[in-house]
Ligand binder design. Sequence first.
Ligand code: GLN
Length: 560
Amino acid sequence: MTTPAATTPLIFVTGGVVSSLGKGITAASLAAILEARGLKVTMMKLDPYINVDPGTMSPFQHGEVYVTDDGAETDLDLGHYERFVNTRLSGKNSITTGKIYDSVIRKERRGDYLGGTVQVIPHITDEIKRRIDEATAGYDVALVEIGGTVGDIESLPFLEAIRQIRTERGPQSAMFMHLTLVPFIAAAGELKTKPTQHSVKELRSIGIQPDVLICRSEQPLPEGERRKIALFTNVPERAVITAIDLDNIYKIPAWLHEQQLDQIVVDQLRLEGKASNEADLSEWEAVVDATQNPVDEVTIAVVGKYIDHQDAYKSVAEALKHGGIRQRTRVKLKWLESQDVERDGAEAALADVDGILVPGGFGDRGFEGKVLSAKHAREQGIPYFGICYGMQAAVVDAARNLAGLEGANSTENDRNNPHPVIGLITEWRTSTGEVERRSEASDLGGTMRLGLQQQRVKPGTLAHKLYGSDVVGERHRHRYEFNNHYRTQLEDVGLVFSAKSMDDTLVEMIEWPTHPWFLACQAHPEFLSTPRGGHPLFIGFIRAARERKAGGKLLSEAAA
Ligand code: GLN
């Protein structure tokens, strides 16, 4: 290949034995160390499922749908990536089997293959390789994670594509890192290396010899076991790395660096000319230090509907923790099923919390519990942070309980309600100026307001104080909007519209100025929060929760 992209050295990350070994976080942690050595790093996820993107997948099955600046609905691993590295990713960084087949089939229909037989090899594999090049061009190094577990039928075309890349480019331009599990069998009192051996055997049977093994285990591998794994898998001993279960994911970069994983990469991919000798992990050390040595602790209720599935609110949970890190505060999360709030009443369900967060959501199940949570927070002066559906719930509360708009609702939940304070706008202009039409019948994957959009924040509001800026950009993912016909009625009862879209048509944020801290936004600020930087709204929310816990005592801005 002669395209400049072909020169970007690639690290492919695969997983074996079982799923959920934390491949994404491990890959992101390695990326963070490489970045700390001065390299320009990007990351990519290849998912073997047939959905074109995860946008229509249930959070129960697949965890949260993560949204990038360009509005792509991606796998939640992209969230880990963006929290660990400074590079901002886009839809190009997340591809699925569905997306690959979609483009190959389109080309076939257009006649691009000139009547040839279209096959997995080479057409599907070429398309995978083309997309890897497209997403990784211009970086010093890129990590490419392959979803699923080696041995799955579905991931074979991806593995074949990366095998070809290695053969074409050689080991100095493409390396393989494989994550496995080394279980501890309590009955025998032993760590078992056999699953790792089998997993590598499986990889080798399709032509992939790993260069590095990351062995997940409960405890560090004894020398003997490491040697054994190295011997049986043909991986150099120094490249058999152990990854024990750490209580804090932000410790992983330092842990991997201690075992010189970054140096192994720098050596093999010949990055010494570009990489600095030392990894500056001081920012990560500061993050770990703040989480390990908190000076305060708050409890935040998160009222949602997928709470049994922890990954469904991954970015929200992380952003809350980040808000705490910035002020050395441990944030304890109390997950509440919104239907339980309906059943038990807000008073009982939300007792003993320092703040209430209502995150995004879809559909009518549990919506009333969210409205009750917003009402309770408003009446009791408990810090409230509403995100997307959480803002819509707060608007419905204001309409029903203060503006006298009985039966007010979002048309998402009740199409014929008497006061549709939240509704579907059927036509609006996208940030690029195109007119997008939506209707109830529109294709689910294509009718959302998605991605980073600028908004104008009103001076003098809480939102403006927190952001410290007139114009801010946040990522969106929703279909319904505040209905401007009700604006005056809600302003009359004291609701402040603290931000609007740049063209002044869409409400972006609301707040109650007489409340200690009540703010809600239509966008999803959790997608822009990072452990190192935090996010102003989450930082402000956690500070308010601390102030409530301290009996209303105001903390100085600098209070750590
Ligand atoms: N269901 C609401 C909408 O589509 C909110 C979406 C969300 O919270 N992400 O507008």
